[in-house]
Design a binder for this molecule. Structure first.
Ligand SMILES: *[C@@H]1O[C@H](CO)[C@@H](O)[C@H](O)[C@H]1NC(C)=O
Ligand SMILES: *[C@@H]1O[C@H](CO)[C@@H](O)[C@H](O)[C@H]1NC(C)=O
Ligand SMILES: *[C@@H]1O[C@H](CO)[C@@H](O)[C@H](O)[C@H]1NC(C)=O
Ligand SMILES: *[C@@H]1O[C@H](CO)[C@@H](O)[C@H](O)[C@H]1NC(C)=O
Ligand SMILES: *[C@@H]1O[C@H](CO)[C@@H](O)[C@H](O)[C@H]1NC(C)=O
Ligand SMILES: *[C@@H]1O[C@H](CO)[C@@H](O)[C@H](O)[C@H]1NC(C)=O
Ligand SMILES: *[C@@H]1O[C@H](CO)[C@@H](O)[C@H](O)[C@H]1NC(C)=O
Length: 889
């Protein structure tokens, strides 16, 4: 077997405590737009806002010299730095360098496309830096992660990401790799139509089962998902089952933009007798303009395109009608609604079975697409009842939250499907050594089969062998069909050992998993033989189904996997490294279910090879991650410097205002001396000059040091002000303890005398009361003396007693008092005891004040000795003319 046991145990230990309060991030990663949502305790469930408080962010990364930009800023860079702005990156996920989609990409983008060592695509900046598609997507995920962490105020690690239902294992691997590069952990991938269905079910119940179609017209494709919804009763929740999908990879918003730009290009070239294709900046400007015009034409029948200085200093202006745009898209019209037919056919249903067609995706706003759908399904079926932009991300977040099991969510169960025929092939054992080897091919997961299932293949083998996994047909033009080769080894020894033990006809069983996130893997392989010992054989029968296999391995047993289990294998299969991603509890479920290996089952080794488009290796990902981290650190350092500079600058301005001659009688002025203000003014002047001369080249620490140098001068003034503010309260508290102690002493002495007269024991001894009185007298004497002295101190002189010391001294008295107040009456006659106990706990005024004041003084904690001698105080609550705080003018 592969590594798992140890790895699983480790991750179990390290992850469980943290996952107890983890937030869940959901990302709807589109070709044009990124939407995100974070589920976190105490945060309202909503779409995550970006730095400009927008609910969606353009899926672009770019560089302006050394500054990395995201979103619209990055997108807009293209018209000035066409090879440093990267958009529509989703097209390139896992795309082989020479596939159709890459050449299409070069027709819409000005970015420089290069080949990676894995034969996939990287994009090259003007300065020669190359970034793999996974790294660029990872940067965006990481950026979203930072936004989410700022909102949740904690680390965010678990993420669920939407993918189109037609994403193959290659593309799903590319998404998971990007997630890992971003420092996130894959909770699951969810098909976007399914996510919309979850969102739809959030606020609805379906007492009678209903079918709906989620029609999603995005930028790079159009897809339709037929979903059944049913709520049998409130405890079992709502069941969502995907029944069929259909899609078209050649239509969508981007292609419409491209057609529109062709019109603009034609107009420009004809008029100016030059080819705009020669100018990448001009092409980028036209791309942006085409997008703008498309939006206008969605609401108007004509629009005017204008680009100043498009290229060669030529201003461009032309009028475009919706009719001409639609004419240019005429050939696509039949394809807009076709995914609906395909999805229905795959589901074995007709339109009559469908309650509504739910429109989502930005391109459903384009009139010709909406018209095509209306024509195909009829107006009455069209539903505009989910948010076209946000339904997918909100549904994904809800699903992620329910997977993480940390949030109480509406009980919605999801069963998705795999749209492709997936087949396994292997060489048959040949009857004679001379016979030509025969390849056996079998469809293990037919298109339309449920995700989150397992299947066991049984083989009669004596030697190691390889199972190859293929898509029956290419998932997109130029993509390979083979995605995985799995070698099962250790067979000879295992079979020999089983035979030794008396097993008859030992066989090899391989368990194939189709995870809920859509990954195929071989999750387990064993050698198994029935041993003619009834007791053991009987027990094991239940686990593997009755009967040993007959021929060479075609017996396959579909098994419904426990739904949660398969997600862990999704990540495991995504990474050759094995269980790095697995979710602990899930692994545990699986382990508990498995039979403990008996003598008649022996685990075999599984080696996975990715022969065509391999996912990134652990090493690759580590390098990518450190590249990204290095940028993050640099950016953080720049941000800190910026922050230090800004805060230094505003501090200087604030000080200058405080020093301003105009502002008389401010607390600052009242608490400061002429000489201090002079010194501050001089330092301030010097700092302004320094900021002007050196501000652009200075280090973060210099800003902090410079600020500190001024703060040292300001500090005594601030301190005086704070002391003046705090003094009345401190004095009040001191006097209150003085007062309560005196009251207590009087009372206690009276009672003592009474107790003595009644021949009752007393709570205190005379010595104790004398000691308290002494402490009280000392406190009073100190207070009298120093309050007198403090009275003579001017506002702009340092106080002679500190409020901290006053509080500390009051605390000493309080402690001494509290010790005696708490005293219980000594044991004696039963009756008296009960009475006096009640009295001492309820009635004593000293005891009541005690607890209240303990809180009040609890903060003050300084030495009781402390502070030297000087002078004076302010008698009445002083300061702040018209109640203004110190630094308000
Ligand atoms: C709800 O449905 C589930 C399964 O459909 C069933 O096991 C359960 O007993 C039902 N509960 C109620 C209250 O009807
Ligand atoms: C779909 O509709 C047809 C015709 O109304 C009906 O015969 C069939 O049972 C329906 N199928 C389902 C699954 O509801
Ligand atoms: C199985 O893998 C383990 C660990 O890589 C290795 O030590 C062992 O020799 C392998 N067994 C066989 C039969 O290949
Ligand atoms: C086969 O049996 C031998 C001897 O008992 C043992 O050392 C070896 O580990 C066994 N191999 C497997 C794969 O169980
Ligand atoms: C002193 O504190 C008491 C109790 O908190 C309060 O009622 C009284 O107004 C205070 N006196 C002054 C001068 O702050
Ligand atoms: C003194 O006795 C009176 C009456 O029993 C009681 O209310 C009061 O709390 C006692 N004082 C002290 C300080 O215990
Ligand atoms: C202490 O309290 C007594 C009684 O309330 C009062 O007469 C005296 O002035 C107080 N002394 C000081 C220093 O506050």
């Amino acid at each position: 077997m592969r590594l798992p046991v140890l790895a699983t145990t480790l991750s179990l230990l390290s992850l469980l405590p943290r996952s107890a309060l983890a937030s869940v991030l959901a990302i709807d990663y589109g070709t044009d737009w990124i939407k995100a949502s974070v589920m976190s305790p105490g945060i309202p469930f909503d779409v995550l806002l970006n730095k400009d408080s927008k609910r969606k962010m353009q899926a672009s990364v770019g560089w302006k010299k050394t500054d990395r930009l995201f979103g619209t800023d990055a997108f807009n860079l293209a018209s000035r730095f066409p090879s440093d702005s990267f958009s529509s990156i989703k097209y390139l996920q896992a795309a082989p360098f020479d596939s159709d989609i890459v050449s299409y990409y070069t027709s819409i983008s000005t970015a420089d496309v290069v080949k990676t060592a894995r034969n996939t695509v990287a994009l090259k900046q003007a300065d020669g830096n190359e970034w793999s598609v996974e790294e660029l997507v990872g940067m965006q995920f990481s950026y979203v992660k930072q936004l989410a962490e700022a909102l949740a105020e904690e680390k965010v690690t678990d993420v669920i990401v939407t993918v189109p239902p037609f994403y193959s294992q290659f593309q799903r691997d590319a998404v998971v790799d990007a997630i890992e590069i971003a420092g996130l952990r894959t909770l699951a991938l969810i098909n976007d139509g399914t996510a919309v269905a979850v969102n739809y079910a959030m606020t609805r119940t379906f007492p009678t089962p209903e079918y709906h179609i989620v029609f999603d017209a995005g930028a790079s494709s159009i897809r339709a998902t037929v979903v059944s919804f049913s709520t049998s009763n409130s405890t079992s929740g709502t069941q969502i089952t995907v029944a069929g999908v259909g899609y078209d990879l050649t239509t969508g918003g981007t292609e419409l933009d491209r057609r529109l730009r062709e019109i603009l290009i034609e107009a420009f070239n004809t008029k100016n007798k030059r080819d705009i294709h020669e100018d990448p900046r001009g092409m980028a400007k036209l791309w942006k303009e085409a997008g703008r015009i498309k939006t206008i034409l969605s609401a108007n029948t004509e629009a005017t395109a204008t680009v100043e200085s498009l290229a060669w200093d030529i201003d461009f202006k032309t009028k475009i009608t919706r009719a001409s745009f639609e004419a240019a898209c005429e050939d696509m019209k039949d394809r807009f609604a076709k995914p609906i037919d395909d999805a229905l056919r795959n589901a074995g249903l007709t339109l009559e079975n469908v309650t509504s067609v739910i429109l989502t995706g930005g391109s459903t706003r384009t009139p010709m697409i909406q018209a095509a759908v209306r024509a195909a399904v009829g107006d009455e079926k069209i539903a505009l009842n989910v948010n076209a932009d946000e339904a997918a991300v909100l549904g994904a977040a809800l699903h992620g939250a329910s997977l993480s099991r940390q949030f109480k969510t509406k009980n919605i169960k999801v069963t998705d499907i795999n749209p492709f025929d997936i087949q396994a092939s292997y060489l048959a054992t040949s009857a004679s050594p001379l016979a030509k080897p025969r390849t056996i091919t079998t469809v293990v997961f037919p298109g339309g089969s449920k995700s989150g299932t397992k299947k066991t293949l049984t083989f009669k083998r004596k030697e190691d062998f390889v199972i190859n996994f293929d898509y029956k047909t290419p998932v997109a033009p130029g993509f390979p069909t083979r995605f995985m080769e799995v070698e099962i080894t250790g067979i000879a020894e295992a079979i020999a050992n089983l035979t030794e033990l008396g097993a008859s006809d030992p066989v090899v069983k391989a368990t194939l998993t189709m995870s809920e996130s859509g990954f195929v893997s071989v999750s387990n392989a064993i050698a198994f033989g029935e041993i003619k010992d009834e007791s053991i054989a009987g027990k094991l029968k239940g686990f593997f189904g009755a009967g040993s296999s007959s021929a060479d391995g075609e017996e396959s047993t579909p098994e419904k996997a426990p739904p949660r289990e398969s997600d862990s294998s999704s990540s495991a299969s995504a990474t050759p490294s094995g269980a790095s991603n697995s979710t602990p509890e899930k692994e545990k479920d699986e382990k508990n279910k498995k039979p403990t290996p008996k003598d008649n089952t022996i685990s075999l080794n599984i080696t996975v090879v990715f022969p065509t488009i391999p996912p990134m290796t652990v090493e690759h990902k580590k390098n990518a991650r450190s590249r990204l981290r290095a940028i993050d650190l640099d950016e953080a350092a720049v941000a800190r410097k910026e922050e230090a500079r800004n805060s230094f600058e505003s501090y200087l301005y604030r000080m200058r205002d405080l020093l301003d001659e105009e502002n008389r009688d401010t607390p600052f002025k009242q608490c400061s001396q002429e000489s201090e203000r002079k010194a501050l003014a001089a330092k301030l002047e010097e700092s302004f000059v320094w900021l002007h001369d050196r501000g652009d080249v200075a280090e973060t620490s210099q800003f902090l040091d410079k600020r500190n140098a001024i703060e040292i001068l300001e500090r005594p003034i601030v301190h005086r002000y704070q002391e003046i503010e705090a003094f009345p309260q401190a004095l009040n508290s001191s006097q209150m303890w003085n007062w309560s102690t005196r009251l207590f002493l009087q009372d206690a002495r009276t009672n003592m005398t009474a107790d003595a007269a009644a021949d009752q024991p007393s709570k205190w001894t005379t010595a104790e009361l004398d000691a308290l009185e002494k402490t009280l007298k000392e406190h009073e004497a100190w207070l009298d003396e120093w309050v007198e002295k403090q009275k003579k101190v001017k506002m702009n002189q340092d106080p002679v007693i500190e409020t901290t010391e006053m509080r500390a001294r009051a605390k000493v008295l309080e402690t001494a008092l509290a010790r005696l107040v708490k005293r219980k009456v000594p044991k004696m006659a039963k009756k008296t005891k009960t009475t006096s106990e009640t009295e001492s706990t309820t009635a004593s005024p000293a005891a009541e004040t005690s607890s209240a004041a303990t809180e009040a003084t609890a903060a003050a904690e300084t030495s009781t000795t402390a502070a030297g001698a000087q002078e004076t105080v302010i008698p009445t609550p002083p300061v702040a003319p018209e109640g203004k705080p110190y630094d308000e003018l």
